[in-house]
Design a protein around this ligand. Structure first.
Ligand code: GYE
Length: 334
Protein backbone atom coordinates (compact mmCIF):
# COMPACT_ATOMS: atom_id res chain seq x y z
CA UNK A 1 0.00 0.00 0.00
CA UNK A 2 2.80 2.51 0.64
CA UNK A 3 3.05 4.97 -2.22
CA UNK A 4 6.70 4.92 -3.29
CA UNK A 5 8.55 8.17 -3.36
CA UNK A 6 9.12 7.90 -7.11
CA UNK A 7 5.41 7.53 -7.76
CA UNK A 8 4.70 10.57 -5.62
CA UNK A 9 7.18 12.53 -7.64
CA UNK A 10 5.61 11.30 -10.84
CA UNK A 11 2.24 12.40 -9.50
CA UNK A 12 3.67 15.81 -8.73
CA UNK A 13 5.04 16.02 -12.25
CA UNK A 14 1.65 15.06 -13.71
CA UNK A 15 0.00 17.69 -11.54
CA UNK A 16 2.48 20.33 -12.66
CA UNK A 17 1.89 19.44 -16.32
CA UNK A 18 -1.87 19.60 -15.79
CA UNK A 19 -1.53 22.97 -14.15
CA UNK A 20 0.56 24.25 -17.04
CA UNK A 21 -2.08 22.97 -19.47
CA UNK A 22 -4.80 24.61 -17.42
CA UNK A 23 -3.03 27.92 -17.51
CA UNK A 24 -2.75 27.66 -21.27
CA UNK A 25 -6.35 26.58 -21.87
CA UNK A 26 -8.04 28.34 -18.99
CA UNK A 27 -9.50 24.98 -17.82
CA UNK A 28 -9.45 24.06 -14.11
CA UNK A 29 -6.33 22.25 -12.95
CA UNK A 30 -6.56 18.47 -12.67
CA UNK A 31 -4.49 17.09 -9.82
CA UNK A 32 -3.98 13.44 -8.97
CA UNK A 33 -4.50 13.03 -5.25
CA UNK A 34 -4.37 10.00 -3.01
CA UNK A 35 -6.73 9.83 -0.06
CA UNK A 36 -6.59 7.17 2.62
CA UNK A 37 -9.98 6.21 4.01
CA UNK A 38 -10.02 4.33 7.32
CA UNK A 39 -13.51 2.83 7.29
CA UNK A 40 -15.23 1.14 10.28
CA UNK A 41 -16.12 -2.13 8.57
CA UNK A 42 -19.05 -3.61 6.70
CA UNK A 43 -21.30 -4.33 9.67
CA UNK A 44 -24.50 -2.85 8.24
CA UNK A 45 -26.32 -2.02 5.03
CA UNK A 46 -25.78 1.65 5.85
CA UNK A 47 -22.02 1.13 6.06
CA UNK A 48 -21.66 -0.82 2.80
CA UNK A 49 -23.74 1.80 0.97
CA UNK A 50 -21.49 4.51 2.39
CA UNK A 51 -18.31 2.66 1.27
CA UNK A 52 -19.67 2.17 -2.25
CA UNK A 53 -20.59 5.82 -2.43
CA UNK A 54 -17.07 6.86 -1.39
CA UNK A 55 -15.55 4.70 -4.14
CA UNK A 56 -17.99 6.08 -6.73
CA UNK A 57 -17.37 9.65 -5.67
CA UNK A 58 -13.58 9.19 -5.77
CA UNK A 59 -13.83 7.87 -9.33
CA UNK A 60 -16.04 10.77 -10.32
CA UNK A 61 -13.51 13.24 -8.96
CA UNK A 62 -10.50 11.35 -10.28
CA UNK A 63 -9.00 10.83 -6.88
CA UNK A 64 -7.19 7.67 -5.80
CA UNK A 65 -8.97 6.30 -2.75
CA UNK A 66 -7.33 3.67 -0.55
CA UNK A 67 -10.22 2.18 1.41
CA UNK A 68 -9.17 0.16 4.45
CA UNK A 69 -11.83 -1.89 6.25
CA UNK A 70 -11.08 -2.08 10.01
CA UNK A 71 -13.64 -4.85 10.53
CA UNK A 72 -14.90 -2.97 13.60
CA UNK A 73 -11.50 -3.10 15.34
CA UNK A 74 -10.28 0.20 16.81
CA UNK A 75 -6.68 -1.10 17.03
CA UNK A 76 -6.64 -2.19 13.42
CA UNK A 77 -7.95 1.20 12.41
CA UNK A 78 -5.25 3.14 14.27
CA UNK A 79 -2.60 0.90 12.67
CA UNK A 80 -4.10 1.67 9.23
CA UNK A 81 -3.90 5.41 9.83
CA UNK A 82 -0.20 4.96 10.70
CA UNK A 83 0.28 3.17 7.37
CA UNK A 84 -1.42 6.04 5.57
CA UNK A 85 0.96 8.47 7.26
CA UNK A 86 3.98 6.34 6.30
CA UNK A 87 2.68 6.22 2.71
CA UNK A 88 2.45 10.03 2.73
CA UNK A 89 -1.06 10.18 1.30
CA UNK A 90 -2.41 13.66 0.55
CA UNK A 91 -5.24 13.45 3.07
CA UNK A 92 -6.75 10.97 5.51
CA UNK A 93 -10.46 10.42 6.10
CA UNK A 94 -11.38 8.49 9.24
CA UNK A 95 -14.79 7.07 10.14
CA UNK A 96 -13.71 6.12 13.67
CA UNK A 97 -14.93 2.86 15.21
CA UNK A 98 -14.88 4.38 18.72
CA UNK A 99 -14.50 7.91 20.06
CA UNK A 100 -11.39 7.32 22.22
CA UNK A 101 -7.73 6.57 21.55
CA UNK A 102 -7.07 9.03 18.74
CA UNK A 103 -4.83 11.80 20.12
CA UNK A 104 -1.43 10.17 19.47
CA UNK A 105 -2.01 9.09 15.88
CA UNK A 106 -3.78 12.35 14.97
CA UNK A 107 -0.78 14.27 16.33
CA UNK A 108 1.51 12.09 14.18
CA UNK A 109 -0.52 12.95 11.06
CA UNK A 110 -0.38 16.63 11.94
CA UNK A 111 3.39 16.47 12.47
CA UNK A 112 3.68 14.82 9.03
CA UNK A 113 1.64 17.67 7.51
CA UNK A 114 -1.20 15.37 6.39
CA UNK A 115 -4.68 16.84 6.91
CA UNK A 116 -7.19 14.55 8.64
CA UNK A 117 -10.96 14.66 8.17
CA UNK A 118 -13.36 12.84 10.47
CA UNK A 119 -16.40 11.42 8.69
CA UNK A 120 -19.63 9.95 10.05
CA UNK A 121 -18.62 8.94 13.61
CA UNK A 122 -16.85 11.29 16.02
CA UNK A 123 -13.63 11.34 18.04
CA UNK A 124 -13.14 12.71 21.52
CA UNK A 125 -9.86 14.49 20.97
CA UNK A 126 -8.28 17.89 20.58
CA UNK A 127 -10.18 19.46 17.64
CA UNK A 128 -7.02 21.20 16.41
CA UNK A 129 -5.77 17.73 15.37
CA UNK A 130 -8.25 17.43 12.51
CA UNK A 131 -9.61 19.84 9.92
CA UNK A 132 -13.33 19.11 10.22
CA UNK A 133 -15.88 16.43 10.96
CA UNK A 134 -18.49 15.81 8.27
CA UNK A 135 -21.41 14.02 9.89
CA UNK A 136 -25.02 13.94 10.97
CA UNK A 137 -26.23 14.74 14.48
CA UNK A 138 -26.67 11.36 16.22
CA UNK A 139 -28.06 12.98 19.33
CA UNK A 140 -30.84 14.53 17.25
CA UNK A 141 -31.53 11.11 15.69
CA UNK A 142 -32.04 9.65 19.17
CA UNK A 143 -34.34 12.56 20.00
CA UNK A 144 -36.36 12.09 16.82
CA UNK A 145 -36.81 8.39 17.58
CA UNK A 146 -37.80 9.22 21.17
CA UNK A 147 -40.21 11.95 20.05
CA UNK A 148 -41.85 9.59 17.57
CA UNK A 149 -42.32 7.01 20.31
CA UNK A 150 -43.59 9.56 22.82
CA UNK A 151 -46.23 10.58 20.34
CA UNK A 152 -47.11 7.03 19.29
CA UNK A 153 -47.49 5.87 22.90
CA UNK A 154 -48.79 9.14 24.31
CA UNK A 155 -45.87 9.21 26.63
CA UNK A 156 -46.53 5.87 28.33
CA UNK A 157 -44.19 3.15 27.19
CA UNK A 158 -41.75 0.51 28.38
CA UNK A 159 -38.82 0.16 26.00
CA UNK A 160 -36.15 -2.40 25.17
CA UNK A 161 -33.08 -0.74 23.69
CA UNK A 162 -30.61 -2.38 21.31
CA UNK A 163 -27.41 -0.40 21.46
CA UNK A 164 -24.78 -0.02 18.76
CA UNK A 165 -21.07 -0.69 19.24
CA UNK A 166 -20.01 0.28 22.78
CA UNK A 167 -17.92 3.45 22.80
CA UNK A 168 -18.96 4.48 19.28
CA UNK A 169 -20.34 7.98 18.76
CA UNK A 170 -23.71 6.87 17.33
CA UNK A 171 -24.33 4.42 20.22
CA UNK A 172 -23.44 7.03 22.85
CA UNK A 173 -25.33 9.89 21.24
CA UNK A 174 -28.44 8.07 20.07
CA UNK A 175 -28.84 6.73 23.57
CA UNK A 176 -28.36 10.17 25.11
CA UNK A 177 -30.77 11.85 22.70
CA UNK A 178 -33.42 9.17 23.14
CA UNK A 179 -33.11 9.26 26.94
CA UNK A 180 -33.35 13.04 27.00
CA UNK A 181 -36.81 12.81 25.42
CA UNK A 182 -37.88 9.96 27.70
CA UNK A 183 -36.82 12.03 30.69
CA UNK A 184 -39.70 14.38 29.90
CA UNK A 185 -42.28 11.61 30.20
CA UNK A 186 -42.60 9.93 33.60
CA UNK A 187 -44.56 7.10 31.94
CA UNK A 188 -41.74 6.13 29.59
CA UNK A 189 -38.74 4.07 30.55
CA UNK A 190 -36.05 1.78 29.19
CA UNK A 191 -36.43 -1.56 30.93
CA UNK A 192 -33.37 -3.26 29.43
CA UNK A 193 -30.56 -2.18 27.13
CA UNK A 194 -27.90 -4.32 25.46
CA UNK A 195 -25.51 -4.06 22.55
CA UNK A 196 -26.04 -5.86 19.26
CA UNK A 197 -22.90 -4.26 17.79
CA UNK A 198 -24.83 -2.68 14.90
CA UNK A 199 -25.24 -6.06 13.15
CA UNK A 200 -28.28 -8.04 12.15
CA UNK A 201 -26.99 -11.19 13.87
CA UNK A 202 -26.22 -9.16 16.99
CA UNK A 203 -29.73 -7.69 17.11
CA UNK A 204 -31.27 -11.11 16.61
CA UNK A 205 -29.15 -12.78 19.31
CA UNK A 206 -29.83 -10.05 21.87
CA UNK A 207 -33.55 -10.11 21.18
CA UNK A 208 -33.66 -13.90 21.52
CA UNK A 209 -32.11 -13.54 24.97
CA UNK A 210 -34.51 -10.76 25.91
CA UNK A 211 -37.49 -12.85 24.83
CA UNK A 212 -36.18 -15.85 26.79
CA UNK A 213 -35.81 -13.61 29.85
CA UNK A 214 -39.49 -12.64 29.56
CA UNK A 215 -38.69 -9.01 28.75
CA UNK A 216 -41.07 -8.80 25.81
CA UNK A 217 -44.12 -9.64 27.93
CA UNK A 218 -46.42 -6.58 27.94
CA UNK A 219 -43.73 -4.64 26.18
CA UNK A 220 -44.61 -1.34 24.51
CA UNK A 221 -41.63 -0.78 22.19
CA UNK A 222 -38.19 -1.68 20.89
CA UNK A 223 -35.71 1.05 20.00
CA UNK A 224 -32.64 -0.07 18.02
CA UNK A 225 -29.67 2.17 17.27
CA UNK A 226 -29.72 0.93 13.69
CA UNK A 227 -32.02 -0.81 11.21
CA UNK A 228 -29.87 -3.92 10.83
CA UNK A 229 -30.16 -4.77 14.54
CA UNK A 230 -33.89 -4.07 14.36
CA UNK A 231 -34.33 -6.36 11.37
CA UNK A 232 -32.56 -9.14 13.28
CA UNK A 233 -34.74 -8.42 16.32
CA UNK A 234 -37.91 -8.45 14.20
CA UNK A 235 -36.93 -11.90 12.93
CA UNK A 236 -36.43 -13.14 16.49
CA UNK A 237 -39.75 -11.66 17.66
CA UNK A 238 -41.77 -13.03 14.76
CA UNK A 239 -40.25 -16.48 15.29
CA UNK A 240 -41.77 -16.36 18.79
CA UNK A 241 -45.20 -15.26 17.60
CA UNK A 242 -44.84 -11.59 18.54
CA UNK A 243 -46.12 -8.90 16.19
CA UNK A 244 -43.44 -6.24 15.93
CA UNK A 245 -44.90 -3.05 14.47
CA UNK A 246 -48.10 -3.56 16.47
CA UNK A 247 -46.99 -4.92 19.82
CA UNK A 248 -44.28 -4.02 20.43
CA UNK A 249 -43.85 -0.80 18.45
CA UNK A 250 -40.52 -0.60 16.63
CA UNK A 251 -38.34 2.40 15.84
CA UNK A 252 -34.74 2.47 14.63
CA UNK A 253 -32.21 4.60 12.76
CA UNK A 254 -30.58 4.64 9.26
CA UNK A 255 -33.48 4.34 6.79
CA UNK A 256 -31.82 1.64 4.66
CA UNK A 257 -33.70 -0.19 1.89
CA UNK A 258 -34.48 -3.16 4.16
CA UNK A 259 -36.11 -0.81 6.66
CA UNK A 260 -38.54 0.47 4.06
CA UNK A 261 -39.40 -3.11 3.20
CA UNK A 262 -40.02 -3.84 6.90
CA UNK A 263 -42.18 -0.71 7.15
CA UNK A 264 -44.21 -1.74 4.11
CA UNK A 265 -44.83 -5.12 5.79
CA UNK A 266 -45.87 -3.32 8.98
CA UNK A 267 -43.05 -4.83 11.07
CA UNK A 268 -41.20 -1.56 11.53
CA UNK A 269 -43.05 1.61 12.50
CA UNK A 270 -40.44 4.29 11.92
CA UNK A 271 -36.81 4.89 11.05
CA UNK A 272 -34.75 8.04 11.37
CA UNK A 273 -32.81 8.71 8.22
CA UNK A 274 -29.06 8.82 8.32
CA UNK A 275 -27.91 9.61 4.81
CA UNK A 276 -25.52 6.93 3.57
CA UNK A 277 -24.52 8.55 0.31
CA UNK A 278 -22.38 11.20 1.92
CA UNK A 279 -19.30 10.89 -0.29
CA UNK A 280 -20.09 14.18 -2.02
CA UNK A 281 -20.26 16.05 1.31
CA UNK A 282 -16.91 14.56 2.36
CA UNK A 283 -15.02 15.06 -0.91
CA UNK A 284 -16.28 18.64 -1.19
CA UNK A 285 -14.53 19.45 2.07
CA UNK A 286 -11.40 17.33 1.56
CA UNK A 287 -10.73 18.52 -1.99
CA UNK A 288 -11.73 22.07 -1.16
CA UNK A 289 -9.22 22.05 1.67
CA UNK A 290 -6.48 20.58 -0.53
CA UNK A 291 -7.22 23.32 -3.06
CA UNK A 292 -6.59 25.95 -0.40
CA UNK A 293 -9.97 26.67 1.16
CA UNK A 294 -9.72 27.16 4.92
CA UNK A 295 -13.10 28.45 6.11
CA UNK A 296 -14.70 25.12 7.08
CA UNK A 297 -16.53 24.83 10.39
CA UNK A 298 -15.29 22.05 12.72
CA UNK A 299 -18.58 20.24 12.17
CA UNK A 300 -20.01 20.18 8.66
CA UNK A 301 -23.52 19.00 9.42
CA UNK A 302 -25.43 16.49 7.31
CA UNK A 303 -29.20 16.83 7.93
CA UNK A 304 -31.37 14.03 9.43
CA UNK A 305 -35.02 13.21 8.76
CA UNK A 306 -37.64 10.75 10.02
CA UNK A 307 -39.73 8.27 8.02
CA UNK A 308 -42.80 6.57 9.44
CA UNK A 309 -44.49 3.54 7.90
CA UNK A 310 -47.80 3.65 6.03
CA UNK A 311 -49.83 2.18 8.88
CA UNK A 312 -50.88 4.54 11.64
CA UNK A 313 -49.25 3.08 14.71
CA UNK A 314 -51.32 1.85 17.65
CA UNK A 315 -51.07 4.25 20.52
CA UNK A 316 -51.71 4.01 24.23
CA UNK A 317 -54.52 6.37 25.11
CA UNK A 318 -54.50 8.14 28.46
CA UNK A 319 -57.33 5.82 29.51
CA UNK A 320 -55.49 2.62 28.59
CA UNK A 321 -55.12 0.64 31.78
CA UNK A 322 -51.82 -1.00 30.98
CA UNK A 323 -49.29 1.45 29.55
CA UNK A 324 -47.13 -1.47 28.51
CA UNK A 325 -49.67 -2.80 26.01
CA UNK A 326 -50.97 0.01 23.85
CA UNK A 327 -54.15 -1.23 22.19
CA UNK A 328 -56.05 1.87 21.23
CA UNK A 329 -55.34 3.48 17.94
CA UNK A 330 -56.18 7.14 17.84
CA UNK A 331 -55.10 9.86 15.53
CA UNK A 332 -55.93 12.79 17.77
CA UNK A 333 -53.50 14.15 20.27
CA UNK A 334 -55.29 15.26 23.45
O1 GYE B 1 -26.04 3.96 11.98
C1 GYE B 1 -24.86 1.98 11.60
C2 GYE B 1 -23.45 1.75 11.40
O2 GYE B 1 -21.72 5.21 12.23
C3 GYE B 1 -23.74 6.32 12.21
O3 GYE B 1 -22.74 2.78 11.91
C4 GYE B 1 -23.01 5.13 11.76
C5 GYE B 1 -23.63 3.82 12.16
C6 GYE B 1 -24.89 3.43 11.44
O4 GYE B 1 -22.96 0.63 11.03
O5 GYE B 1 -25.69 1.27 10.76
Amino acid sequence: MPVPHRRRLRRAAVAAAALAAAVLTGAPAATAQTIGFAQVGSESEWRTTFSKDMVREAEKRRVTLILADARQSAERQVATVREFIAARVDAIVIAPVVVTGWDAVLAEAKAAGIPVFIADRAVESDPSLFVARIAANFNLEGKLAGAWLAQASRGRCTVLELQGTPGSAPALERKRGFESVLAQFPGMKIVASQTGNFTREGGKAVMEKMIAAGLTRNLCAVFAHNDDMMIGAIEAMRAQGLEPGRAPLTVSVDAVTEAFRAMALGHLNATVELKAEIGAYIFDVVLGYLAGRRDYPKWVLIPSDIHAGPNPSPRAGPDTADPASPKKASLTVP
